[in-house]
Every structure is written in structure tokens, then in C-alpha cells.
Design a protein around this ligand. Structure first.
Ligand code: X8Z
Ligand code: ZN
Length: 639
């Protein structure tokens, strides 16, 4: 081994090795002084973040000129102070520190983020993102059946129509109108892209893609994700083929093509990201219903608070933490009825004082909200578990970890065993394979269908930040990805005056989306590990398949999860993953194991019915800028 190292490298390795055994009194002065600086930065940073979070909370729970102004003022001041701290931190030659944790803390401090911008540009960027979000959050559209009624908000009215309407014309109307409202941000988005890239460059990244991927601490991360998707794609293709076949039966062959992409408005969701709402007319075993959790919640008179209490009880059963008194006092769990406009998109907040944690969610009494409650509470649980880390490490091991915590709980909660346990599925319902398969299919409509969507969201944005996609082809490129990877098409032709990516919260709110892809994969790795620890999954025991596992009340599994969460971002994510799973890589095997019985069933069913797998050309077109002008000219000349 030594022979392959150059001499200085070898020397360096030896020195490092010696340092493992270094005692405290050998810590160089630089490191002692650095440690003391961190004390100061930690206290200042915590205090500052508290003020910033509060100003942001006040704006997002009450969108107004005044709250926006206040938020921008606070942010501006904080950016200035961030820069002061950063200037102090980078004076140190931290890369040569012996203590790896100290090095890591400095590595995190060395990224200044948006505060690196000059003040005017910093405020401009912040304001663009706030304004885009405000448009998204306050847009209203008109009703299809009653065109004079023009007060439909995304949450709850539009979501309700997309979930429950089975009228393709109504669905198309809502789908198009929502996009018509949001396309107005296109010019703002262009500016946002420029400024975001500028932030990235000021932080020594080539562009915002590199900045976004930085949190995954792996220069090959993009390629690895592409491979994970390749592993899952065959399962997705089977699900896609089966769902299209069923939708064609339901809506007729004029609406759904036999071999085409699926029309995006028919999948029960504004973005076609979760297909769970088409469950009851696509069920593998339609005679086995009994999966309607929403019906049970309504029948049993659930309230928003009770939904969150139920979620809390799951975490507590694992020996994880209960919500704090301030959580119950300060959270906004329902859409306000006092005329205030708020950002309804659900979120979880850490006020960095170890007591004040809040969720903002426009809860409706249905299964989706129940799951979102667990998801958001997963974020809070992570905040609570890593609260004793220094401020700079109070974060997820990587962004995907943060999104996965609540979802790991949901995987257990969604098992038929657990649903019966908590009375959301009738206990009279006998255990049987058909019901299990229906349930597995239901979960696939949410998880497997979601993966290409979450991938496309950032493939498109990466190409934008890397300038491979310019404003001239923003929309058609979006549909290129949606078509080739997700196998869906818009219900009507699109062109470059449309700006469909902006119809999604995370685009306008500057939230990267790869985190959800990563989360959807790793949550199955976490689930598998937790189930194994709990003795509820055994690959060699047909009585203990992964999809039937429920870790409820299993303190051993809960403690293993808690141990991983308490690390925050103090170590590279592979170390955190290893603590729970023994693995150091993101891989699809947990997810594929979980869905294995469904994969077999789908393949067989598609073969039996001669269902075409994959998709050919879309029926609708995206008309590019040049051809848009040519078409107009043609029309004019013909007149
Ligand atoms: O945005 C969210 C959460 C907040 S982190 C409600 N999710 C993504 C979405 O809604 O698009 C959760 C699943 C994916
Ligand atoms: Zn989340």
C-alpha cells in the first residue's frame, strides 16, 4: 500500500494516524482559539436564527405588506451579521485542524449562502421568492360548473376537485386554470435563476446545482441517483402500464390512449405526483374495499388536533419524544377563517430554543392530511432529537433524511395490522392476501408513482441552473422530462407562454426536490432496518414480509432511530445511515423488497391482459418559441 503513495502523502497519512493518539495538551493554539470562536458564533448564530425564523413565521402565517417588510428588514440585518461571523471563521486554516468535528464545524461555517450577495441583491432575491410564493399561495380560480364563483383556493377546494372529480372536462379546467394563474412568475423566475447562480458562485460553487448537491457530500451523487432510478424504473413501468389500462377502462379509449403517456389531469393530483386518489377504481381486487381511511376519520369525528395527537402517539410508542406544550399552543393546524392569507403548504418549524417547535398545516379531515401530519411531525422529532448539537449541526444528515423520518412511521401506520389496531380499518375485515395486495398497491400509487416526479422536478431545475435550458425553452423542456421519464402528457397543448413548473410550490419557494426522491428510497432502507431490529421482518420467514411490518411500541427500533436522529449533521450522512441500517449507501433494495409481491402481481396481470408496457409519442404538443411565432405569422398571412 505504501508504495502507491507519494512520499509527502505517506508522511501526511502517518501524521494523521499519530493525531488519533494525540492528547488534549497537544491541541495546537489555533484549534483552541478556533474552539473558543465557535462558542461565540454558536451563541450569536442561535439567537439570530431565532429572530429570522420568527419573522418568517409571522409572514407565512399572515401574508401582508407589513409582515413582508418586517421579514425583509430582519433578513437584511441577519445577512450582515452572518457575513461578519463568516469573515472571522475563514481566517482560520481549518482544513488542517486535527479534530475532525472541529474541522466539520468550520467547513459548515465556510459556506455563507445567500448572505454573500451585496445587500441590494440579497433583498431582491429574498423578495422575488417571497412574491412568487405569495402569488402561489393566494391564487384563486373559477369553478367549472359555476363560472361566476371565482374563489377556489388550492387548499382545500382545488385539491378536493383533483382528488374526487371523475369528470375529465372539470379536471382539465382546474388543471389549466391553476397553471394560468401561476405562469405570471416566469420573469421573476428568470431573475431568481440568475441571482441563485450568483450566490453559488460567490460561495465557490460553479452554479446552484453544485450548491444544492453540496449537502449530499458526494461529487458523484447525481450519477448514483440515476442508477438508483434505473433500478426502480422497471417496477414503475409495470405500475404505469397497469394504471393506464385501468384508466382506459374507466374513462374510455378516446380519453386514454392504449400506448400513450397518461394524461396528467386524470391521476387524482394536480401534479400527478401521487396517484393514490385513483385507488378505488383501479383496485387489483375490487371486491376487497375497506381501505378508505378518510371515511373512517370522518365517521369517527376526527378533528385536526386529534389527527396530530394520533401521530404523536406513534412517536411516543417508540420511546421518541412527545410534542412540547409550546407546540400545541403555537402551531397553526387549520386554515385560518379570519380572512388572513397564509402559505398553506405544510411545513415544520424549529425555533432553536429546545421548546418552541411548530407546524403550519391547513389540515383537512382525510387520509392525506393524516399522513402529512406524520410527515411534518417527523421533522419536529428530528429537531427535538438533535437539539443538543451545536447550532451548525442542527440539521438533517442530508436533506433526504429530514424528509424520511415521518414517512418511516407512515410505512408502519399504513400496514393493515396497524390500521386495524387504531380503528381506521374495520377489525371485522379478515386478514387475507387480496386485501394485503390492494394495500400494497395503494402504497405504490403514492411511493412508486412519486419517484419519477421527484426526479423530474430537479432534472429540470438542474438543466436551468446549468443554462442547458433557457427561458426560451423552459416549458417545453419541462414537458420533455415529464414525458420521457414520467410517461405523462398535458391534457392540452402547451407553449412557451405557459410556465408549468411554477404550478408547484417547491419551484416558486426555492426548495430543492431531490430530497424527496432520496427520502422515498432511504425510508425503505430505514423501515427494513427498524423492522429487522424489532424482529418483525425476516427475509426467510414468509409470515414476516416487509410490507406487513409495524414497529409500533417497539422501543428497540425506536431507540435505534433516535440514535441516528440525535447525530444531526455532525457526521457525514453515511455514518448516520450506518448507525441504523449498517449500510453506507443509498440503494433501492429496501423499496424493491417491500414491493416485491406487487411487482410479481403487476407483471402477471399486465401479461395476462396483453397490456403495453412503456409509452409512445404524446398526443399533445409543446410548441416552441420559434414555431409559436411562425404559426402566428402563418395564421396572419392566411387571413
Ligand atoms: O412538501 C412536502 C411536505 C413539506 S416538506 C408537505 N412534501 C412534498 C410535496 O408536497 O410535494 C411531502 C411529500 C412531497
Ligand atoms: Zn417535509
Amino acid at each position: 500500500m505504501i508504495s502507491v503513495l507519494s512520499f509527502p502523502t505517506f508522511l501526511f497519512e502517518v501524521l494523521l494516524w499519530c493525531n488519533i493518539y494525540a492528547t488534549d495538551d497537544l491541541i495546537p493554539d489555533q484549534e483552541l482559539s478556533a474552539t473558543s470562536l465557535l462558542e461565540t458564533l454558536n451563541a450569536r448564530g442561535t439567537l439570530r436564527t431565532q429572530l429570522q425564523v420568527l419573522a418568517e413565521w409571522n409572514y407565512k402565517t399572515n401574508i401582508s405588506e407589513e409582515t413582508l417588510k418586517k421579514q425583509l428588514e430582519v433578513s437584511k440585518q441577519i445577512a450582515k451579521e452572518n457575513k461578519e461571523d463568516w469573515l472571522q471563521a475563514i481566517k482560520y486554516n481549518w482544513r488542517s485542524f486535527k479534530d475532525p468535528t472541529l474541522r466539520r464545524r468550520f467547513m459548515k461555517y465556510s459556506i455563507l449562502g445567500a448572505s454573500a450577495l451585496p445587500e441590494d441583491k440579497y433583498v431582491a432575491l429574498q423578495k422575488i421568492v417571497d412574491d412568487m410564493q405569495a402569488i402561489y399561495s393566494t391564487s384563486k380560480i373559477c369553478d367549472f360548473k359555476n363560472p361566476n364563483k371565482c374563489d377556489l383556493s388550492l387548499e382545500p377546494e382545488i385539491v378536493e376537485i383533483m382528488t374526487n372529480s371523475r369528470d375529465p372536462e372539470e379536471l382539465k379546467h382546474v388543471w389549466v386554470e391553476w397553471r394560468n394563474k401561476n405562469k405570471v412568475v416566469k420573469d421573476m423566475y428568470k431573475k431568481y435563476v440568475e441571482l441563485s447562480n450568483e450566490v453559488a458562485r460567490l460561495n465557490n460553487f460553479t452554479d446552484n446545482v453544485q450548491y444544492w448537491l453540496f449537502g449530499y457530500e458526494d461529487s458523484k451523487f447525481r450519477v448514483k441517483i440515476a442508477h438508483v432510478w434505473e433500478d426502480i424504473e422497471p417496477l414503475y413501468l409495470q405500475l404505469h402500464a397497469y394504471v393506464r389500462f385501468k384508466l382506459r377502462e374507466f374513462y374510455g379509449e378516446n380519453v386514454v390512449m392504449e400506448k400513450g403517456p397518461i394524461p396528467a389531469h386524470l391521476l387524482g393530483n394536480m401534479w400527478a405526483q401521487s396517484w393514490i386518489s385513483v385507488l378505488n377504481f383501479t383496485l387489483p381486487y375490487p371486491e376487497q374495499q375497506a381501505l378508505d381511511v378518510t371515511k373512517e376519520l370522518l365517521k369517527q369525528g376526527y378533528t385536526a388536533k386529534r389527527i396530530f395527537k394520533l401521530a404523536e402517539s406513534f412517536f411516543v410508542s417508540l420511546n421518541l419524544s412527545a410534542m412540547t406544550p409550546l407546540f400545541w399552543k403555537k402551531s397553526v393546524l387549520e386554515k385560518p377563517t379570519d380572512g388572513r392569507e397564509i402559505v398553506c403548504h405544510a411545513s415544520a418549524w424549529d425555533f432553536f430554543d429546545g421548546k418552541d417547535y411548530r407546524i403550519k398545516q391547513c389540515t383537512t379531515i382525510d387520509e392525506k392530511s393524516l399522513k402529512t401530519a406524520h410527515h411534518e411531525m417527523g421533522h419536529i422529532q428530528y429537531y427535538m432529537q438533535y437539539k443538543d448539537q451545536p447550532y451548525i449541526f442542527r440539521d438533517g444528515a442530508n436533506p433526504g433524511f429530514h424528509e424520511a423520518v415521518g414517512d418511516v412511521m407512515i410505512l408502519s401506520v399504513s400496514s393493515t395490522k396497524h390500521l386495524k389496531r387504531i380503528g381506521l380499518m374495520s377489525r371485522k375485515q379478515p386478514d387475507n392476501d387480496d386485501l394485503e395486495l390492494n394495500n400494497l398497491y395503494k402504497i405504490a400509487l403514492e411511493k412508486v408513482a412519486f419517484l419519477p416526479y421527484s426526479y423530474v422536478m430537479d432534472l429540470w431545475r438542474w438543466s436551468v441552473f446549468e443554462r442547458k435550458t433557457t427561458p426560451k425553452n423552459y416549458n417545453c423542456k419541462w414537458w420533455h422530462y415529464r414525458n420521457t421519464i414520467q410517461g405523462i402528457e398535458p391534457p392540452v397543448n402547451r407553449n412557451e407562454d405557459d410556465f408549468d413548473p411554477a404550478a408547484k410550490y417547491h419551484t416558486v419557494a426555492d426548495v430543492s426536490y431531490l430530497r424527496y426522491f432520496v427520502s422515498t428510497v432511504i425510508q425503505f432502507q430505514f423501515h427494513l432496518a427498524a423492522c429487522r431490529i424489532a424482529g418483525k421482518y425476516d427475509p426467510n420467514d414468509p409470515q414476516k414480509p416487509l410490507h406487513k411490518c409495524d414497529i409500533y411500541k417497539n422501543k428497540k427500533a425506536g431507540n435505534a432511530i433516535g440514535k441516528m436522529l440525535r447525530m444531526g449533521s455532525s457526521r457525514p450522512w453515511r455514518d448516520a445511515m450506518e448507525v441504523l441500517t449498517g449500510e453506507r449507501k443509498i440503494n433501492a433494495s429496501g423499496l424493491l423488497t417491500y414491493f416485491e409481491p406487487l411487482r410479481k402481481w403487476l407483471e402477471n396481470e399486465n401479461r395476462k391482459n396483453n397490456v403495453y408496457v412503456g409509452w409512445e409519442k404524446p398526443r399533445t404538443k409543446c410548441i416552441k418559441k420559434g414555431s409559436q411565432r411562425r404559426n402566428l405569422l402563418k395564421k396572419y398571412l392566411n387571413k
